[in-house]
Design a protein around this ligand. Structure first.
Ligand SMILES: Nc1ncnc2c1ncn2[C@@H]1O[C@H](COP(=O)(O)OP(=O)(O)OP(=O)(O)O)[C@@H](O)[C@H]1O
Ligand SMILES: [Mg+2]
Length: 464
């Protein structure tokens, strides 16, 4: 509602009342001139209790220094996306993200306006997640006393035949005994989480907490309080809460998709890493923290730096130990061994006795380019095991995209055309050789190429 002495415009009024955000405007004297229904809901008040009254009278817990509406008016500068957490007069905890701007007319400030987005629900969910995680840690702490930390993966869970991954595991085993930050880079599904858990689990910190958080999963405005905690009274009636650094004390904090952390928080994180001191949001005190930081990203660090998604100073601090997990395309010799591993995993889960994959099925697995990497392979096997009827997974049991033209088209995009064509050529030659019992002459006839050409390609692709 507009106050009487304010120009009343039905149209604007209807628009503003229809908006799903709290809107509060004051004039130069700090008197509320506009206050909508949502703002009233946030504050637990009636519109009439606020409208036309001095702000500080209605909100006695605020002062000229703590009220953002009065502050922007005084400084003439807007405040964007400021998280606020407070209890309203009815005792309800309110979490909002506020943008407050000074209102100008003819170059003079005539008042200020605050728009408040309600985040209570999102925050509720995020905090529930934290509580569940804490509970799970608690439970595993109890279980650990009996049987060791079984909840997390160990290096033994990393199945590989690839020399580069084996090297990586060796390096990871070594560095698990130190406290240096580790930066893990690898496409989605390449096993970053697995590797990070294994590092924690092999470290002297294994009996301490392991906290894993995907930075992209939490609204950026809440990340600060979730990482560093909040102090009581930082805003009117804010609750006290431990941040991840406190929860992970003595253990390992894994921050996934680190490049989604807003740049100002990256600066704050850098300071914590440099002096080991954490300050809760809204607190003047600070405490020392002993946390090993492991970060990960599924984007190439060079691109992240070039695109300014990660601050260089933070990156170099995080990247003391650097680990790159190769994509499944780069380690095709891992496909058969991983496929077997997942087959036995699902045999156990589904109570089946599948012994392997047919030649054609294996061929299809080998030629696909696996943009979703090991996770995608795992799902493909799971799906095939739902369909397979006999002892073997047949090509027809596999998800259709592995077999049709889409797969090859996708392969071309993520590799060079030449590579993709060679790959396909190799598959066709292998197939022809199998069908002709490795008779090169017959295979050449089948493929309609001169025998010498085929012989050359067999040597080139080492298919003898
Ligand atoms: N070498 C491996 N041996 C066995 N299982 C693996 C291996 N690598 C990955 N997995 C399995 O593949 C799935 C995906 O792995 P993980 O979650 O660690 O990938 P990620 O790199 O963290 O992916 P994202 O970037 O999407 O978070 C998990 O089920 C994991 O257990
Ligand atoms: Mg992950």
């Amino acid at each position: 509602m507009f106050a009487d002495h304010f120009d009343n415009d039905d149209m604007i009024n209807a628009i503003l009342e229809g908006i799903d955000e709290g809107i509060h405007a004051v004039d130069r004297e700090g008197i509320t001139v506009y206050y909508n229904r949502i703002a009233a809901e946030h504050d637990g008040l009636e519109v009439s209790e606020v409208l036309g009254k001095p702000l500080l009278e209605v909100f006695p817990s605020l002062s000229a220094h703590t009220s953002t509406l009065l502050q922007v008016m005084e400084k003439g500068e807007p405040i964007y996306n400021q998280p606020q957490s407070y209890r309203n007069v009815k005792g309800k905890l309110i979490d909002t993200v506020n943008t407050t701007i000074p209102l100008y007319a003819d170059n003079t400030i005539i008042g200020s306006l605050e728009i408040a987005k309600d985040l209570s629900r999102v925050k509720d969910l995020s905090l529930k997640l934290l509580e569940l995680q804490a509970k799970a840690d608690d439970r595993s702490a109890k279980a650990r006393k009996i049987s060791g930390n079984e909840r997390l993966f160990t290096f033994d869970h990393i199945i590989t035949a690839s020399a580069s991954v084996k090297d990586l595991i060796q390096k990871a085993e070594k560095i698990s005994h130190t406290t240096s930050p580790v930066f893990v880079y690898g496409e989605t599904g390449t096993g970053k989480e697995l590797l990070v858990q294994a590092i924690h689990n092999a470290s002297p910190r294994r009996h301490q907490p392991f906290i894993s958080q995907n930075c992209a999963a939490i609204p950026s405005s809440l990340l600060e309080s979730i990482l560093f905690g909040t102090a009581r009274g930082s805003f009117t009636g804010a609750v006290e809460r431990e941040g991840f650094f406190e929860l992970a004390h003595g253990g390992t904090l894994f921050l996934d998709e680190i490049h989604t952390l807003p740049l100002d928080l990256q600066a704050k994180l850098l300071r914590v890493l440099e002096d080991g001191v954490v300050r809760r949001v809204g607190s003047s005190g600070s405490y020392m923290t002993d946390v090993r930081i492991i970060t990960a990203s599924n984007e190439n660090p060079e691109d992240l730096l070039a695109d300014k998604k990660i601050r260089p100073d933070l990156y170099y601090r995080l990247n003391v130990v650097s680990m790159r997990l190769p994509s499944l395309r780069e380690r095709k010799n891992d496909i058969p061994i991983l496929a077997r591993h997942f087959i036995s995993m699902f045999n156990y889960r589904f109570n089946r006795l599948v012994t392997g994959a047919s030649k054609e099925a294996e061929e299809a697995l080998m030629q696909w380019n696996w943009p979703g990497n090991i996770r995608e392979l795992k799902h493909a096997i799971e799906s095939a095991m739902n369909i397979a009827e006999g002892d073997l997974i047949e090509a027809g049991d596999l998800p259709p995209f592995l077999l049709d033209g889409y797969g090859r088209a996708a392969s071309v995009q993520s590799r060079s055309l030449k590579e993709a064509v060679s790959e396909h050529e190799k598959v066709l030659i292998e197939k022809a050789l199998r069908e002709t019992d490795h008779n090169v002459k017959k295979a050449a006839a089948l493929l309609q190429v001169p025998r010498q050409t085929l012989q050359y390609k067999i040597t080139k692709y080492r298919l003898q």
